[in-house]
Design a protein around this ligand. Sequence first.
Ligand code: PLP
Length: 321
Amino acid sequence: MQKANHGHAASYGNDPWTQDAADLIRDIFETRCEVFFVFNGTAANSLSLASLCQSYHSIVCHELAHVETDECGAPEFFSNGTKVLTVPGPDGKVTPAALDRIVTRRSDIHYPKPRAVSLTQATEVGTVYSPDDLKALWAVAKSFGLRIHMDGARFANAVVSLNLKPKEITWQAGVDVLCFGGTKNGVGVGEAVVFFDPKLADEFAYRCKQAGQLASKMRFLAAPWLGVLRDGAWLRHAAHANQMAARLEAGLRLLPRVKILFPCQANSVFADIPLAAADALWKKGWLFYTFIGQGGCRLMCSWDTAEPDVDAFLADLQAVL
Ligand SMILES: Cc1ncc(COP(=O)(O)O)c(C=O)c1O
């Protein structure tokens, strides 16, 4: 960001920083994808989903998906009414059977035609889709002509958790478009929309502009990506966050009356903590939500969570319990 803040550069993404960051993303995914930088995840998700669908289509996603529960109807709004259809599934994941069921439930003209499936990687409850999970979903998606969208707000955490190359859990597993999260990985502002099928990116720049997502000083959105991608900091950040979550989970397992709700595979831990204890933690100044996922306390670790932070939280919880 500091390096980009010198002299002048062409506007609206026609600057060397944006070109270099997009090229680096192409290198990381080892393919010629189309890349756009937008301000936040809601815009990345809803605009990319809108580019896959007509207004009479539907998007299938998990019932806990951010696009369904936390985007204030933006995917429907920006697609002019495409309906979001939700499915249940264990550990926050869409299953091939659930996808098949909701698509085949109806085939008449009165049903919004399923056109896309949206998968969150890592999921809203801190689990990850393996390549086998993704390929099984791809087989079903392909058989019904559905496009695959991936909400990758925590994509880096999933890459590290699975110890795979980014391509193995994206275009090599059928993903058409990825919303690649920057904010949660240490970038100041912004997400990258990565189209693996370049045809789908046709006119996407117009969508961004119309939605107020085309930054005039794009270099300030793009340059921090160079900072995190160039020397692998994005993976170091994610590995650190995942390690802190693992440390937190291990500590929580030792405490009485605390129950871990989902496998800890990325940077979050969901724990059932007695309400009085959660209340006492809030009063001590700890910040966490209980309304995300299926209840329980949602404890997130980030790129800069320090071991003493985790240990202090555990000590406070032990004391209030
Ligand atoms: C799964 C998921 N997707 C997307 C987002 C990004 O949302 P936004 O940047 O619009 O707040 C988040 C943020 O919490 C998220 O958890």
